[in-house]
Design a protein around this ligand. Structure first.
Ligand code: ATP
Length: 237
């Protein structure tokens, strides 16, 4: 039998106060241990979808089940299964890497565990920078701090919102490597991207979202075989 999905999204819709319909009846399952890439153009609804799953934004209709639990935002234990890597670092620029990451763990009600924070920083090549203030870090190191913050509370599921938007090729390859290592350690990964190459490089499965609708979901290989087809090219525009 198929293993139970780690995330189950059923009939999810979002209408913002402006009246804009950002998500329309989205159904989607995320499998435990996979890398799932959500591919779509600007304004497609990727950030909205992630924000709802992580419990940051309320849906207008529909359900999100995380490990079978609904209403993630209301349950700290369910929320703690999830880590979110946002697009921008919003922490205090004058705080150190160590304090920033250590503090993130506390936000989820986990007991302090400096050995874990040390492991996370080492795995992201941030250990030597632990005493540095965020403001002194390069763009690449800041991206790594974002990931470290999201891993501080030992989530089982990690969302990365456009992890390589606006970064150079070398850094993009570094980020891909980091994500692969995370998956190898058992974390389920959902990432959003504008880049087909990124989805192709990273994902086990790819979902295409456009205009608030999931247009298709495919195993990566199956999608890549289709890529030449005119229909898919149109859907991605
Ligand atoms: P991008 O790739 O640019 O980050 P996205 O796929 O993440 O885009 P969203 O940020 O989810 O897309 O936005 C989807 C649509 O919803 C956009 O048209 C956006 O303008 C609109 N939207 C997002 N947040 C709000 C809000 N708070 N109020 C009204 N409309 C919003």
């Amino acid at each position: 039998a198929e293993p139970a999905p780690v995330i189950e999204i059923i009939g999810l819709s979002k209408r913002y106060d402006s009246g804009f319909e950002a998500l329309k009846q989205v159904d989607l399952e995320i499998r435990r241990g996979e890398i799932f890439a959500l591919l779509g153009p600007n304004g497609a609804g990727k950030t909205t979808l992630i924000s709802i799953i992580c419990g940051l934004v309320n849906a207008s209709a529909g359900q999100v089940l995380v490990d079978g639990h609904d209403n993630v935002s209301a349950y700290r234990a369910a929320r703690a299964k999830i880590g979110l890597v946002p697009q921008e670092l919003t922490s205090d620029a004058f705080e150190t890497v160590w304090n920033t990451v250590r503090f993130s763990r506390g936000l989820f009600g986990r007991k302090p565990d400096d050995a874990h924070i040390e492991r996370v920083l080492k795995s992201l090549s941030l250990w030597d920078k632990r005493k540095n203030k965020l403001i002194t870090l390069s763009g690449g190191m800041k991206r790594r701090v974002l990931i470290a913050k999201a891993l501080a509370h030992e989530p089982e599921i990690l969302f990365l919102d456009e992890p390589t938007a606006g970064v150079d090729v070398a850094l993009r390859r570094d980020m891909w490597e980091v994500v692969r290592e995370l998956r190898a350690s058992g974390v389920t990964i959902i990432l959003t991207t504008h880049y087909i190459e990124e989805a192709e490089e990273m994902a086990d499965r790819i979902g295409v979202i456009n205009g608030g609708e999931i247009v298709l979901v495919r195993e990566k290989q199956a999608l890549m075989r289709q890529l030449g087809s005119k229909q898919l090219t149109l859907q991605l525009q």
